[in-house]
Each structure stands twice: as structure tokens, then as C-alpha cells.
Design a protein around this ligand. Structure first.
Ligand SMILES: NC(=O)c1ccc[n+]([C@@H]2O[C@H](COP(=O)([O-])OP(=O)(O)OC[C@H]3O[C@@H](n4cnc5c(N)ncnc54)[C@H](OP(=O)(O)O)[C@@H]3O)[C@@H](O)[C@H]2O)c1
Length: 311
């Protein structure tokens, strides 16, 4: 099968197309013919070697897939051969998703919503589960609560806005001005141009803040929380001081580390079917042009998501 592989860590050009053996299905696994794989910032970090969670090179990057079931364990009832499925299997262990075939535990996949292309479904898995786990499972967002979503025009943010709306929240979002119309179409009730104004002077009494930006965003976000409110960050590594800082202010802090979750994918798929959730893919690339996809995401102005198309 064709696969994008890297024999060293570095810039986008370390990604090369190679013929490799198909993965072997283990007990309980599903073999998926991949039709699309989405590109996430974590793929850039693993490629560059700044997050060496895939182990030593050679490695095949990627987690997000959508495709068609080609082989399955006898007795598996959730899927049958020929079903369209999507997911982000095995994260943070290697899934080798930039390839024509991927093996995945059946419980870490769900049926692709018929409304979505494979590129859209692949783009929904990791970013959508991150939003769901941050807002529903960690923040325990309630209907009518006020949530501030930072980075709302990006891969995670545009889905977080929609997840929060699907949960009945009032959503305020930060994004650069060129993305405001898009973020409003995602359902944001109010949008702040973080390049023009300081969000800490624009909002207050938030129940939940979701940070996918990093830097001092989480710390500054404490200022806009109501007493007892919570900041959840997707960039938790440099935030060791935050729980104590938040507690001293009578507020809460947590970080999300996304996990494979078949039931979570099912919830996302149900919202898609109900017209509440729609991943936006602004750029697609053939598998062979994975380096170009990485450059595009690295440029930092992606609207929604980028995906690699294999079929
Ligand atoms: N912990 C986890 O489990 C987990 C899961 C998924 C992602 N992540 C991390 O979350 C981060 C975001 O991922 P992503 O896929 O959403 O990336 P992305 O598609 O690049 O989106 C990031 C967005 O942030 C916006 N932005 C940049 N600076 C900002 C600021 N100061 N205030 C508000 N918005 C700002 C950018 O757009 P504009 O500047 O044009 O508005 C961009 O749309 C990455 O670092 C990723 O690794 C973590």
C-alpha cells in the first residue's frame, strides 16, 4: 500500500511517499481502507520531533481517518464489511493514518454520517472529540451557560463552538476578523477580534473558557470567569502552575488530552445527523502532497480543517 513515511524528524519535506506492507489485523481490530485522513497540529509536532510520541523514525504520522471497512473479526456486530467508518484510533500511540490501510480497534470507530464526505468525517474525529471531552466531560457544560471559545476559526475551535451550541450554551468566540462570518455561521452568538481588542475587557462572568491557543491565554482567561467557573486548555504541558493560581482566585482549571472514544464519535455523528454539527474542510491535498498540507496548516491561518484525500 501507499503510505507517507518519515525516516527522520524535521520540516515538511521529510514526508515521503513509499510502498509498504498492509498492516495486519489483530484480534478485535477492523481493517479500514482509508479514503481520507485529516491533518492535525499534533502531526506537525510529531513530524518535527518536538513531540516524539511515535518513537524513533521511521514513523508514519496521523490519527484521523475516514474510510470503508475491508476486514473484520468474525462475530463483530457493530460494523460489517463495506460500512463507512471514521475515528482517531489508538491515540496517542501510533495509528499510521497517512496510509491506504489502517487497523483500528472496533470500539474506537463509529459509522460515518451519511451527510459527510470522507474528508469531513476524518476532520471531525480528533478535533470533535477534543471539543466534546473538554466541554461535556471536563467542564460539564450546562444548557444556558456562557462559554468562551478561543481560536474559534480553527480545527478544534469551529467544532467547539458547534458542540457548545448543541449543548444549549451561549457562545462567545475569539478569532481574527477574517474568520468572523465563518465563526458566526458555526453558531457563535458573539465574536471578538483578538487582534484588535483585549478579550479580558470585553467579556465577564463566563462559566467555561476553552483555550486552544496556548501561551498566556488560559491564565488571562481566569479574569473573565465567574467564581467557580472553569478554564479548560488543550495545551496543558506548560500550565503546571495553573491549578493553584485558579484555586487561589476561587476558580477552576483543567486540561484535556483527547482519547479515542467510540461512544463520543457516536454523539458527534448524531449531532451531524440532526443538523447541529458540520466540520468545515477548507483545503484538501492528495496523499503524495502531505508536505504541502503540513505547510498550509503551519502557516497558521487555516479556516477549519485540512485533509489528505486517498480515494
Ligand atoms: N490536548 C489535546 O487533546 C488537543 C487536541 C487537539 C488539538 N490540540 C491543540 O490545540 C491547538 C489548536 O488545534 P487546532 O487544530 O484548532 O489548530 P488550528 O486549526 O491551527 O487553529 C488554531 C486557531 O487559533 C487561532 N488563533 C491564533 N492565535 C490566537 C489568539 N491569540 N486568540 C484567538 N485565536 C487565535 C488561529 O486563527 P486566527 O489567528 O486566524 O484567528 C487558528 O484558527 C494545537 O496546538 C493542537 O495541538 C490539543
Amino acid at each position: 500500500m501507499q503510505s507517507l513515511i518519515q525516516h527522520s524528524f524535521g520540516g515538511p519535506d521529510v514526508l515521503v511517499l513509499e510502498e509498504r506492507p498492509r498492516p495486519v489485523r489483530n484480534f478485535g481490530d477492523v481493517l479500514v481502507r482509508v479514503h481520507a485522513a485529516s491533518v492535525n497540529p499534533i502531526d506537525l509536532y510529531t513530524r518535527a520531533g518536538v513531540m516524539p510520541i511515535l518513537g524513533p523514525a521511521p514513523v508514519v504520522p496521523g490519527w484521523d481517518i475516514s474510510g470503508v471497512v475491508e476486514e473484520i473479526e468474525l462475530g463483530t456486530t457493530t460494523f460489517k464489511v463495506g460500512d463507512e467508518v471514521f475515528g482517531m484510533p489508538l491515540f496517542p500511540r501510533a495509528a499510521n493514518a497517512y496510509a491506504e490501510y489502517v487497523v483500528a480497534p472496533a470500539g474506537q470507530l463509529w459509522h460515518k454520517p451519511a451527510q459527510l464526505s470522507h474528508a469531513q468525517a476524518a476532520s471531525l474525529a480528533l478535533a470533535g472529540l477534543t471539543s466534546l471531552q473538554a466541554l461535556r466531560d471536563i467542564a460539564r457544560l450546562q444548557p444556558s451557560q456562557r462559554v468562551l471559545v478561543h481560536g474559534a476559526g480553527g480545527g478544534v475551535g469551529h467544532l467547539a463552538v458547534q458542540v457548545a451550541k448543541a449543548m444549549g450554551a451561549h457562545v462567545i468566540a475569539t478569532a481574527s476578523a477574517s474568520k468572523h462570518a465563518f465563526v458566526r455561521r458555526c453558531g457563535a452568538d458573539e465574536v471578538i477580534d483578538y487582534t484588535a481588542v483585549d478579550f479580558t475587557e470585553q467579556v465577564r462572568d463566563m462559566d467555561v473558557v476553552f483555550d486552544v491557543v496556548g501561551g498566556d491565554c488560559a491564565e488571562r482567561s481566569l479574569q473573565v470567569l465567574r467564581p467557580g467557573g472553569i478554564v479548560v486548555t488543550a495545551l496543558g504541558l506548560s500550565h503546571g502552575h495553573m491549578p493553584a493560581l485558579a484555586a487561589a482566585a476561587g476558580k477552576r482549571f483543567s486540561s484535556v488530552a483527547v482519547q479515542p472514544d467510540g461512544a463520543g464519535l457516536r454523539q458527534l455523528a448524531e449531532w451531524v445527523a440532526a443538523g447541529r454539527l458540520m466540520p468545515h474542510v477548507s483545503q484538501t491535498f492528495p496523499l503524495a502532497e502531505g508536505a504541502r498540507a503540513h505547510r498550509a496548516l503551519e502557516a497558521g491561518s487555516m479556516l477549519g480543517k485540512a485533509a489528505l484525500i486517498l480515494v
